[in-house]
Write a protein that binds this ligand. Structure first.
Ligand SMILES: CC(C)(COP(=O)(O)OP(=O)(O)OC[C@H]1O[C@@H](n2cnc3c(N)ncnc32)[C@H](O)[C@@H]1OP(=O)(O)O)[C@@H](O)C(=O)NCCC(=O)NCCS
Length: 161
């Protein structure tokens, strides 16, 4: 079967991220980012009780995951990643929908995130979803070599979705 013929949303199951997920999560994370989160970053987020989910496909393969930090009125998206083999099938929107629902369940009204200025694919996904750019954080992200990269701060009122 050609991958070209089947680029639709795969069947998936979502569940809360747990420590045993982290071996696979780290494998996806390392492929997805030049400067990936560490295993410890995920462990700390889970220990803090931050909302986090994994999406798994029909053979239980890891399709993607997200981690967010709750604030007073808002949820701050810290990490959203689709495994490279599953990108381009709409899974980012599935996870953003689930984040919006996580906000609603907690009575939170705003979703925030930062994105690298150079990450045009992600920026485009967020803009199309309804996020607006509300600021810029100078030298926010580490890079492999050279000066740190700016982040765009984006926000979405949950009522707007
Ligand atoms: C950004 C990201 C979350 C988007 O998730 P996704 O499920 O692939 O999103 P979509 O399926 O909506 O695809 C978004 C666009 O990127 C394109 N795209 C996705 N994967 C692609 C690939 N491997 N090569 C080329 N284009 C690709 C899609 O065609 C789509 O564009 P279109 O709507 O004009 O066709 C995902 O690409 C990812 O995890 N990237 C690496 C980690 C990352 O950057 N996370 C965000 C940090 S802020």
């Amino acid at each position: 079967m050609s991958a070209q013929l089947d680029r639709g949303l795969p069947p998936f199951e979502a569940s809360g991220m747990r420590l045993p997920d982290l071996t696979e999560v780290m494998a996806v994370e390392r492929r997805a980012y030049p400067v990936p989160w560490t295993h410890g970053n995920f462990v700390d987020s889970l220990a803090a009780g931050y909302p986090a989910e994994v999406l798994r496909g029909p053979r239980a393969e890891l399709l993607g995951y997200w981690v967010a930090m709750p604030g007073v009125d808002e949820l701050h998206l810290l990490n959203i990643t689709v495994a490279s083999a599953w990108q381009g099938r709409g899974l980012a929107v599935v996870m953003l929908d689930r984040l919006v629902n996580a906000c609603r369940q907690r009575g939170l009204t705003q979703l925030w995130l930062e994105v690298r200025v150079s990450n045009e694919r992600a920026r485009d996904v967020y803009l199309r979803y309804g996020f607006v750019e509300v600021g810029r954080r100078r030298a926010y992200y580490p890079v492999v070599q050279g000066p740190r990269e700016d982040a765009l701060l984006m926000s979405l009122p949950v009522a707007a979705v």
